[in-house]
Design a protein. Structure first.
Length: 142
């Protein structure tokens, strides 16, 4: 009987070593949920970080712009390198770019962890401040 117990323990240890328990949990972190006032010729930046051990990463949300002739805004999601280029008026690549529109919803997959920026851009407007209702979250497994 003792021998069967010892064999069962050894088999359990071997199985655990070959197939370790991997419990992952869905995480949702709010980036922004509210109203942003974006002055003419400026932008508002919402930085966020995705942990290094995260997987299946996405950013989702909705926005609606008010005020001005077109009731419009540009929204970008950028990694930190491209945000630096954007902020210094250099060429950049975005992970999401809304175009100059009034409202949209988005769900963008991110390929890796790191530092990111959700940007509300009103630099195209010469005189009109925009009010933007915005809600965005980052979702991942960890």
């Amino acid at each position: 009987m003792l021998l069967i117990f010892i064999i069962a323990i050894v088999v359990g240890v071997v199985i655990y070593a070959l197939y370790p328990s991997s419990t992952t949990t869905q995480h949702t972190t709010q980036i922004v949920n509210g109203i942003a006032n974006v002055n003419a010729k400026t932008y508002v930046d919402y930085p966020f970080t995705v942990p290094s051990d995260a997987s299946n990463i996405s950013v989702s949300g909705t926005f609606t712009a008010h005020n001005g002739v077109g009731n419009d805004i540009k929204v970008f999601i950028l990694d930190s390198t491209n945000f630096d280029n954007y902020a210094h008026v250099n060429g950049f690549t975005s992970l999401y770019q809304s175009g100059q529109i009034t409202t949209d919803s988005f769900n963008v997959s991110l390929l890796s962890s790191g530092n990111y920026h959700l940007v509300l851009d009103n630099q195209f407007s010469a005189i009109t401040q925009k009010t933007v209702d915005i809600e965005a979250t980052v979702n991942y497994l960890k």
